[in-house]
Design a protein around this ligand. Sequence first.
Ligand code: F6P
Length: 341
Amino acid sequence: MKIGILTGGGDCPGLNPVIRAVVRKAILQGDEVIGLRNGWKGLMGKQTMLLTLDSVSGILHRGGTILGTSRTNPYKTEGGVETVKKNFKELGLDALIAIGGEDTLGVATKLAEEGLIVVGAPKTIDNDLNATDFTFGFDTAVNIVTECIDRLHTTAESHNRVMVVEVMGRHAGWIAAYSGIAGGADYILIPEIPIDLGQVCESIKKRHNRGKNFSIVVVSEGASFNEGYLALQDQDLDEFGHVRLGGIGNKLGELIEEKTGFETRVTVLGHIQRGGTPTAFDRVLGTRFGVKVYDLVKEGKSGRMVSLKGTDIVDVPLIEATGKLKTLDMKLYDIAKIFFG
Ligand code: F6P
């Protein structure tokens, strides 16, 4: 078989382990794998690279994606879908593996419905994809943020300060909750619950009254004071209709200092969270997804996606993953709340 593979959307640690696993298993079985450069853009422009044992050697521990990525959406480009279908045929592809988040897999779902053989693997540091317990990239991001919170603790303590840490996660509080719990945050603010500034400040004051001279507040980039009013870096939408989130940390820091009188500093972690080497967990999850997604191709299971359920790798309909956002499990937030203040 001739199998195409692409990575779309924001990059994340663990993409290269998936690519490596697909290529290794495919070559072992006598199949050929063609990489499409920069997400759907590569299929639209026939930008390809032959993936050999050599090209995937030494990439297991590397972050990012050797294929490149973009947020190109063929459904938002004039004639995009027709071009994709035509190129699929002209490149002689028997099947396509799309590795991505909600948006990339949304396109994969539609193309599979239109008759192309397309299967998917879920990635995102945000862990907001339905139909899988975890996406790879999330564990790495959580570990990076946890280490940063540990580092912020010592400087916060030395200066008697409140430290606000803004983390990624888009409209779901997974990164904030996991890293906040792991890092011992004194308050965690998530997109799922509007921020109650009075409560945050009360909690910080209470903590200081019982002798603690510093506090760590983790805030998710998608959190807001009122439902629907998000802090944005700019108003421009990408091809999948997303705005650039960010800025809530600075606003929150300013208000906490004003209302509590405690000196406050803000750290915006940004893309540090998705760069660099994947954790062992993400390397193993990516490898397991890669092997399974290749098996789906061989079994002709178009329109399916690999997924982690408990400790098993299974396959689910692509549409289940993209139909609805997986927001934070509130049972986890209830645990986090025990440690506020
Ligand atoms: O979806 C992953 C993610 O890193 C989000 O957490 C974040 O909001 C967004 O991508 C940032 O994307 P970019 O800066 O690449 O447009």
